[in-house]
Ligand binder design. Structure first.
Ligand SMILES: CC(C)(COP(=O)(O)OP(=O)(O)OC[C@H]1O[C@@H](n2cnc3c(N)ncnc32)[C@H](O)[C@@H]1OP(=O)(O)O)[C@@H](O)C(=O)NCCC(=O)NCCS
Length: 218
Protein backbone atom coordinates (compact mmCIF):
# COMPACT_ATOMS: atom_id res chain seq x y z
CA UNK A 1 0.00 0.00 0.00
CA UNK A 2 1.19 3.49 -0.77
CA UNK A 3 0.50 6.81 0.96
CA UNK A 4 -1.34 8.10 -2.13
CA UNK A 5 -3.86 5.27 -1.59
CA UNK A 6 -5.10 7.22 1.44
CA UNK A 7 -6.93 10.46 2.06
CA UNK A 8 -7.27 12.46 5.28
CA UNK A 9 -10.81 13.71 5.87
CA UNK A 10 -13.13 14.52 8.76
CA UNK A 11 -14.87 11.68 10.60
CA UNK A 12 -18.45 10.80 9.62
CA UNK A 13 -20.95 8.60 11.55
CA UNK A 14 -20.53 5.63 9.19
CA UNK A 15 -16.88 5.42 10.39
CA UNK A 16 -17.84 4.67 14.01
CA UNK A 17 -17.97 0.87 13.93
CA UNK A 18 -14.62 0.61 12.10
CA UNK A 19 -13.05 3.01 14.61
CA UNK A 20 -14.27 0.76 17.44
CA UNK A 21 -12.68 -2.27 15.77
CA UNK A 22 -9.28 -0.55 15.42
CA UNK A 23 -9.53 0.60 19.03
CA UNK A 24 -9.96 -2.99 20.23
CA UNK A 25 -6.80 -3.97 18.34
CA UNK A 26 -4.51 -1.09 19.35
CA UNK A 27 -5.78 -0.65 22.94
CA UNK A 28 -6.55 -4.21 24.09
CA UNK A 29 -6.60 -3.10 27.76
CA UNK A 30 -9.25 -0.38 27.26
CA UNK A 31 -12.93 -0.07 26.46
CA UNK A 32 -13.31 1.26 22.88
CA UNK A 33 -15.06 4.58 22.23
CA UNK A 34 -18.84 4.15 22.20
CA UNK A 35 -20.97 5.35 19.29
CA UNK A 36 -22.43 7.99 21.64
CA UNK A 37 -18.97 9.35 22.50
CA UNK A 38 -17.88 9.49 18.86
CA UNK A 39 -21.16 11.14 17.90
CA UNK A 40 -20.74 13.78 20.64
CA UNK A 41 -17.15 14.51 19.54
CA UNK A 42 -18.37 14.80 15.98
CA UNK A 43 -21.15 17.22 16.91
CA UNK A 44 -18.99 19.37 19.24
CA UNK A 45 -16.00 19.84 16.95
CA UNK A 46 -16.43 18.12 13.56
CA UNK A 47 -13.39 19.79 11.97
CA UNK A 48 -11.15 18.41 14.76
CA UNK A 49 -11.96 14.71 14.22
CA UNK A 50 -9.74 13.30 11.46
CA UNK A 51 -9.81 9.96 9.69
CA UNK A 52 -7.29 8.41 7.30
CA UNK A 53 -9.29 6.47 4.72
CA UNK A 54 -7.84 3.76 2.50
CA UNK A 55 -9.33 5.00 -0.80
CA UNK A 56 -9.50 1.73 -2.79
CA UNK A 57 -11.56 -0.02 -0.06
CA UNK A 58 -13.17 2.91 1.80
CA UNK A 59 -11.77 1.38 5.01
CA UNK A 60 -10.84 3.55 8.01
CA UNK A 61 -7.09 3.14 8.55
CA UNK A 62 -6.45 5.62 11.36
CA UNK A 63 -7.77 8.57 13.34
CA UNK A 64 -6.68 11.70 15.16
CA UNK A 65 -9.20 13.18 17.63
CA UNK A 66 -8.78 16.73 18.96
CA UNK A 67 -10.54 19.40 20.98
CA UNK A 68 -9.75 23.02 21.89
CA UNK A 69 -8.77 23.64 25.50
CA UNK A 70 -8.09 26.72 27.61
CA UNK A 71 -4.92 25.29 29.14
CA UNK A 72 -4.82 27.88 31.96
CA UNK A 73 -7.69 25.82 33.46
CA UNK A 74 -5.45 22.73 33.70
CA UNK A 75 -2.20 21.50 35.20
CA UNK A 76 0.59 20.02 33.01
CA UNK A 77 0.33 16.73 34.94
CA UNK A 78 -3.41 16.34 34.32
CA UNK A 79 -4.56 12.94 33.11
CA UNK A 80 -6.36 12.15 29.85
CA UNK A 81 -9.63 11.72 31.77
CA UNK A 82 -9.37 15.28 33.12
CA UNK A 83 -8.32 16.86 29.82
CA UNK A 84 -11.16 15.18 27.91
CA UNK A 85 -13.82 15.55 30.67
CA UNK A 86 -13.88 11.73 31.03
CA UNK A 87 -13.78 11.16 27.29
CA UNK A 88 -16.84 13.35 26.58
CA UNK A 89 -14.93 16.36 25.12
CA UNK A 90 -17.51 18.49 27.01
CA UNK A 91 -14.66 20.85 27.97
CA UNK A 92 -14.06 21.74 24.29
CA UNK A 93 -13.91 25.56 24.31
CA UNK A 94 -14.35 27.02 20.80
CA UNK A 95 -13.99 30.60 22.09
CA UNK A 96 -11.14 30.63 24.63
CA UNK A 97 -9.48 27.31 23.77
CA UNK A 98 -6.26 28.45 22.08
CA UNK A 99 -4.58 25.05 22.46
CA UNK A 100 -5.54 22.16 20.20
CA UNK A 101 -5.31 19.09 22.42
CA UNK A 102 -4.59 15.85 20.57
CA UNK A 103 -6.71 13.48 22.63
CA UNK A 104 -5.93 10.40 20.57
CA UNK A 105 -4.16 9.16 17.47
CA UNK A 106 -4.09 5.57 16.32
CA UNK A 107 -3.51 3.68 13.10
CA UNK A 108 -4.67 0.17 12.23
CA UNK A 109 -1.62 -2.13 12.51
CA UNK A 110 -2.19 -3.17 8.86
CA UNK A 111 -1.58 0.45 7.82
CA UNK A 112 1.22 1.48 10.20
CA UNK A 113 4.72 2.59 9.12
CA UNK A 114 3.54 4.33 5.97
CA UNK A 115 3.39 7.88 7.27
CA UNK A 116 -0.32 7.98 8.20
CA UNK A 117 0.33 9.32 11.73
CA UNK A 118 2.50 11.94 10.10
CA UNK A 119 -0.25 12.88 7.62
CA UNK A 120 -2.87 12.97 10.41
CA UNK A 121 -0.60 15.21 12.49
CA UNK A 122 -0.06 17.53 9.52
CA UNK A 123 -3.86 17.82 9.19
CA UNK A 124 -4.03 18.92 12.85
CA UNK A 125 -1.21 21.40 12.33
CA UNK A 126 -3.18 22.86 9.42
CA UNK A 127 -6.26 23.16 11.64
CA UNK A 128 -4.17 25.02 14.27
CA UNK A 129 -3.13 27.46 11.56
CA UNK A 130 -6.62 27.84 10.05
CA UNK A 131 -8.19 28.49 13.48
CA UNK A 132 -5.24 30.72 14.47
CA UNK A 133 -4.42 28.74 17.61
CA UNK A 134 -1.31 29.04 19.73
CA UNK A 135 -0.22 25.39 19.81
CA UNK A 136 -1.02 21.68 19.86
CA UNK A 137 -0.49 19.66 23.02
CA UNK A 138 -0.67 15.90 23.53
CA UNK A 139 0.35 13.07 25.81
CA UNK A 140 2.59 10.53 24.12
CA UNK A 141 2.45 6.95 25.40
CA UNK A 142 5.87 5.37 26.05
CA UNK A 143 5.22 1.72 25.22
CA UNK A 144 8.91 0.84 25.30
CA UNK A 145 9.38 2.11 28.85
CA UNK A 146 7.98 -0.76 30.97
CA UNK A 147 10.69 -3.07 29.62
CA UNK A 148 13.44 -0.93 31.16
CA UNK A 149 11.56 0.83 34.00
CA UNK A 150 13.44 -1.16 36.67
CA UNK A 151 16.76 0.38 35.73
CA UNK A 152 16.03 3.60 33.82
CA UNK A 153 14.20 6.66 35.18
CA UNK A 154 11.40 8.21 33.06
CA UNK A 155 13.49 11.38 32.60
CA UNK A 156 16.48 9.39 31.37
CA UNK A 157 14.30 7.26 29.06
CA UNK A 158 12.62 10.28 27.47
CA UNK A 159 15.97 12.11 27.11
CA UNK A 160 17.42 9.01 25.41
CA UNK A 161 14.50 8.84 22.96
CA UNK A 162 14.78 12.58 22.23
CA UNK A 163 18.52 12.25 21.55
CA UNK A 164 17.99 9.16 19.38
CA UNK A 165 19.97 6.84 21.71
CA UNK A 166 16.77 4.80 22.22
CA UNK A 167 13.71 4.24 20.06
CA UNK A 168 10.18 4.16 21.47
CA UNK A 169 7.37 2.79 19.25
CA UNK A 170 5.18 5.86 19.85
CA UNK A 171 7.33 8.77 21.10
CA UNK A 172 9.92 8.34 18.32
CA UNK A 173 7.14 8.62 15.71
CA UNK A 174 5.73 11.76 17.39
CA UNK A 175 9.17 13.38 17.46
CA UNK A 176 9.57 12.70 13.73
CA UNK A 177 6.17 14.33 13.24
CA UNK A 178 7.42 17.64 14.67
CA UNK A 179 6.31 17.41 18.31
CA UNK A 180 8.74 18.31 21.10
CA UNK A 181 8.79 16.97 24.65
CA UNK A 182 7.78 19.20 27.58
CA UNK A 183 8.28 16.59 30.34
CA UNK A 184 7.44 13.03 31.41
CA UNK A 185 4.16 12.72 33.35
CA UNK A 186 2.83 9.87 35.48
CA UNK A 187 -0.72 8.46 35.40
CA UNK A 188 -1.76 10.17 32.15
CA UNK A 189 -3.68 7.07 31.06
CA UNK A 190 -5.53 4.92 33.57
CA UNK A 191 -4.20 1.64 32.34
CA UNK A 192 -1.08 1.59 30.20
CA UNK A 193 1.14 -1.19 31.52
CA UNK A 194 3.44 -1.11 28.45
CA UNK A 195 4.34 2.49 29.37
CA UNK A 196 4.53 1.65 33.11
CA UNK A 197 1.76 4.30 33.30
CA UNK A 198 4.17 7.03 32.18
CA UNK A 199 3.73 9.36 29.20
CA UNK A 200 5.48 12.38 27.74
CA UNK A 201 3.71 15.71 27.55
CA UNK A 202 4.41 16.94 23.99
CA UNK A 203 3.65 20.14 22.10
CA UNK A 204 4.01 21.95 18.81
CA UNK A 205 3.94 25.76 18.86
CA UNK A 206 2.38 27.63 15.94
CA UNK A 207 5.03 30.18 14.95
CA UNK A 208 2.32 32.41 13.41
CA UNK A 209 0.30 32.93 16.60
CA UNK A 210 1.34 34.54 19.91
CA UNK A 211 0.38 32.93 23.25
CA UNK A 212 -3.08 33.88 24.57
CA UNK A 213 -3.12 36.76 27.13
CA UNK A 214 -3.07 34.45 30.20
CA UNK A 215 0.28 32.95 29.05
CA UNK A 216 2.04 36.13 27.93
CA UNK A 217 5.12 37.19 29.87
CA UNK A 218 4.70 40.76 31.07
C1 LIG B 1 1.90 5.63 17.11
C2 LIG B 1 1.16 5.32 15.84
C3 LIG B 1 -0.10 6.18 15.75
C4 LIG B 1 2.07 5.62 14.64
O1 LIG B 1 1.32 5.42 13.44
P1 LIG B 1 2.02 5.20 12.00
O2 LIG B 1 1.03 5.57 10.96
O3 LIG B 1 2.65 3.88 11.92
O4 LIG B 1 3.14 6.32 12.06
P2 LIG B 1 4.08 6.77 10.84
O5 LIG B 1 3.98 5.81 9.72
O6 LIG B 1 3.79 8.21 10.56
O7 LIG B 1 5.49 6.66 11.53
C5 LIG B 1 5.88 5.43 12.13
C6 LIG B 1 7.24 5.02 11.64
O8 LIG B 1 7.15 4.58 10.29
C7 LIG B 1 8.14 5.25 9.52
N1 LIG B 1 7.62 5.41 8.15
C8 LIG B 1 6.75 6.34 7.72
N2 LIG B 1 6.53 6.17 6.40
C9 LIG B 1 7.26 5.11 6.01
C10 LIG B 1 7.43 4.43 4.79
N3 LIG B 1 6.81 4.83 3.67
N4 LIG B 1 8.24 3.36 4.77
C11 LIG B 1 8.87 2.95 5.88
N5 LIG B 1 8.75 3.55 7.09
C12 LIG B 1 7.94 4.61 7.14
C13 LIG B 1 8.28 6.58 10.21
O9 LIG B 1 9.49 7.23 9.89
C14 LIG B 1 8.24 6.16 11.65
O10 LIG B 1 9.49 5.65 12.03
P3 LIG B 1 9.96 5.54 13.54
O11 LIG B 1 9.07 4.50 14.18
O12 LIG B 1 11.38 5.14 13.38
O13 LIG B 1 9.78 6.90 14.13
C15 LIG B 1 0.79 3.81 15.75
O14 LIG B 1 1.92 3.05 16.03
C16 LIG B 1 -0.35 3.40 16.68
O15 LIG B 1 -1.52 3.51 16.34
N6 LIG B 1 0.00 2.85 17.87
C17 LIG B 1 -1.00 2.31 18.79
C18 LIG B 1 -1.88 3.37 19.42
C19 LIG B 1 -1.06 4.40 20.16
O16 LIG B 1 -0.27 4.08 21.04
N7 LIG B 1 -1.27 5.68 19.81
C20 LIG B 1 -0.50 6.77 20.36
C21 LIG B 1 -1.26 7.42 21.45
S1 LIG B 1 -0.23 8.64 22.24
Amino acid sequence: MKIFDYQIRNMIPSDFSQIQEICLTVYPHDKPYTFEELDTHHKLFPQGQFVAEHIPTGRVAGVHFTLRLRMADYHPDDAWDVLTAKGTFADHDPIRGFTLYGADIFVDPRDQHQGLAHALTDACRELVQVENLWRMVGGSRLPGYALVADSVSPNEYVADVVSGRRKDPVLSAHLKDGWSVVKPIHGYLQNDPESANWAALIQWINPQCPPPPEFQIR
